[in-house]
Design a protein around this ligand. Structure first.
Ligand SMILES: Cc1cc2nc3c(=O)[nH]c(=O)nc-3n(C[C@H](O)[C@H](O)[C@H](O)COP(=O)(O)OP(=O)(O)OC[C@H]3O[C@@H](n4cnc5c(N)ncnc54)[C@H](O)[C@@H]3O)c2cc1C
Length: 509
């Protein structure tokens, strides 16, 4: 144990992967000692996965004095097309967690809002940042660089042990999760124990079935490209093209690169290997993107680095289990159109940290589990609002042959162009700066009523009245099922749910 401590206490500046590698080496050399120590109760919390959620959680819990063992399948820098735009609300959570410097030195770009495009018209929608410090804005970056910085921060704390290994199962005894079994990089099978295991193994989680009742939907896929040597029409803004059949996104991920994500509805994307994808991008997508980006878009297609990713959506449906908890995408997912995933994960971590803070001992698994049930209610206002907006906006932003849905789409675009509260309200929700469920519901129906009003004025015709009525029905059929899945009571009336269990029942430090 002393050897492990001396290893993990070495805090040196330097290259991210070098630091993490050093940490792996430490854990490798001390595997036997550590395993023995863990049986003795030297770990408070095991974290499965060191992605966005796992590494941020490890850092924050360790800062609060917990002894944390993080097991991550692959500690090399991830190269993915996910989690590249952090909303300003997420940046505020990073500040709360003391992790805001993780967006420094990775060539992250500040983001001040969005530009929306529809039928050749464009409109800038800025985040309402007036009342915040000047550094508060969205940030966009290479996801892998951001994660490496957070892993490095976590690994720099002496009571974090960050180890490369693949968790293969949760250890359950009499209904309580006691720890995990995992395979190290060298193929050795090990077990480790702790009073609490937090599973943060991402969108394809292997363990969510044991800890929740997941219902995963796949509304679409994203096709990702990187555009180089070009400028976005609206500097430091995300760009959303309301294209046909579904939205296309652009945002900077470094000072020289722009990410393009093309949404393709359904489970399947055109084949990259037989050239269908190239043809789709050149003939269907290219004519719909801003002309300033054309040549870089074609160059990116010809370069051939085309990536795809499935977009999943899954409301949180916890099955509270003593000794374990899910967090991040393993627990809850939403369509990535609005870039809300990391904000929800970081917001959840702040709530969990605050709940765990007064507890000295985590060993009373049943009481701890009961106490942590309040987490599921406390997270609802932020998480459900961001989730519902993502699902609803995706549906509204997709093209449709239905005239009422098309009117709703047009009304949404024009409503967001009105300025004042009509623009600030929805963008404050999307950015995570003011994610209030009632504000979301009222803006959503204000868009619908605005759409109906435009149909009926100046002179209503029977046909227009019918489209107007269908528009309201359509809007309701979009938002109400999402709210139902999120939990009507938890989302809209959280005060009616008892959230706080007596901390006194547990050991307080
Ligand atoms: C196409 C796409 C684009 C997105 N864009 C954005 C965006 O712009 N902004 C935003 O906020 N969100 C975005 N998201 C969502 C965002 O990526 C996620 O919400 C976020 O990454 C969730 O973090 P996580 O830690 O739960 O999962 P991850 O970051 O995926 O981390 C999971 C970690 O667990 C590890 N792991 C998995 N299994 C095991 C195992 N058995 N043992 C050990 N380790 C394991 C993995 O290696 C990984 O490091 C996007 C999602 C998609 C699909």
């Amino acid at each position: 144990l002393l050897f492990l401590q001396s290893c993990t206490r070495k805090k040196k500046n330097g290259d991210v992967s070098m630091k993490i590698q050093r940490n792996i080496e430490c854990s490798k050399r001390s595997e036997n000692v550590t395993h023995q120590a863990e049986v003795d109760g030297s770990t408070d919390i095991i974290i499965v996965g060191a992605g966005v959620a796992g590494s941020a959680l490890a850092y924050t819990l360790a800062k609060d004095g917990r002894r944390v063992h993080v097991i991550e399948r692959d500690l090399t820098e991830p190269d993915r097309i996910v989690g590249e735009l952090l909303q300003p609300g997420g940046y505020l959570k990073l500040i709360e967690l003391g992790l805001e410097d993780c967006v420094n030195t990775i060539d992250a770009q500040q983001v001040f809002g969005y530009a929306l495009y529809k039928d050749g018209k464009s409109n800038k929608v800025s985040y309402p940042l007036e009342n915040f410090n000047s550094d508060v804005a969205g940030r966009s970056f290479h996801n892998g660089r951001f994660i490496q910085r957070m892993r490095e921060k976590a690994a720099s704390i002496s009571n974090v042990r960050l180890e490369q290994g693949t968790v293969t199962s949760l250890i359950e005894e009499k209904g309580i999760i006691k720890g995990v079994t995992y395979r190290t990089k060298t193929g050795q099978g090990l077990t480790t124990y702790a009073p609490l295991t937090v599973v943060c193994d991402g969108c394809c989680s292997n363990f969510r079935r044991s800890l929740s009742k997941p219902k995963v939907e796949i509304p679409s896929c994203f096709v990702g490209l990187i555009l180089e040597n070009c400028e976005l029409p609206y500097e430091n803004h995300g760009h959303v093209i309301l294209a046909n059949p579904s939205p296309i996104l652009f945002y900077p991920i470094s000072s020289t690169e722009i990410r393009c994500l093309v949404d393709v509805p359904g489970h399947k994307v055109p084949s990259i290997s037989n050239g269908e994808m190239t043809s789709y991008l050149k003939t269907v997508v290219a004519p719909q993107i801003p002309h300033e980006l054309h040549s870089a878009f074609f160059a990116a297609i010809d370069k051939g680095n085309i990536r795809t990713m499935t977009n999943r959506s899954m409301p949180a449906a916890p099955a509270p289990t003593p000794g374990a908890l899910l967090l991040g995408d393993s627990f809850n997912m939403r369509h990535p159109l609005t870039g809300g995933g990391m904000t929800v994960a970081l917001s959840d971590i702040v709530i969990l940290r605050d709940l765990l803070r007064p507890l000295g001992d985590l060993n009373d698994a049943h009481n701890l589990c009961k106490y942590l049930e309040s987490f599921y209610t406390l997270r609802k206002p932020v998480a459900s609002t961001i989730n519902t907006l993502a699902g609803a906006l995706y549906k509204v932003f997709c093209a449709s042959p239905d005239p009422s849905r098309n009117e709703l789409r047009k009304a949404c675009f024009d409503y967001l162009s009105l300025g004042g509260g009509f623009t600030n309200g929805p963008i404050a929700i999307l950015s995570g700066l003011n994610p209030r469920p009632l504000s979301l519901v009222s803006h959503f129906f204000a868009v619908a009523i605005y759409g109906v009003g435009r149909l009926l004025l100046p002179f209503p015709s029977p046909k227009r009245m019918l489209i107007g009525a269908r528009l309201i029905l359509d809007a309701s059929s979009i938002i109400f099922p999402i709210i139902k899945a999120e939990g009507v009571k938890e989302m809209l009336f959280p005060a009616s749910i008892p959230t706080h269990y007596a901390v006194q029942d547990l050991c307080i430090s």
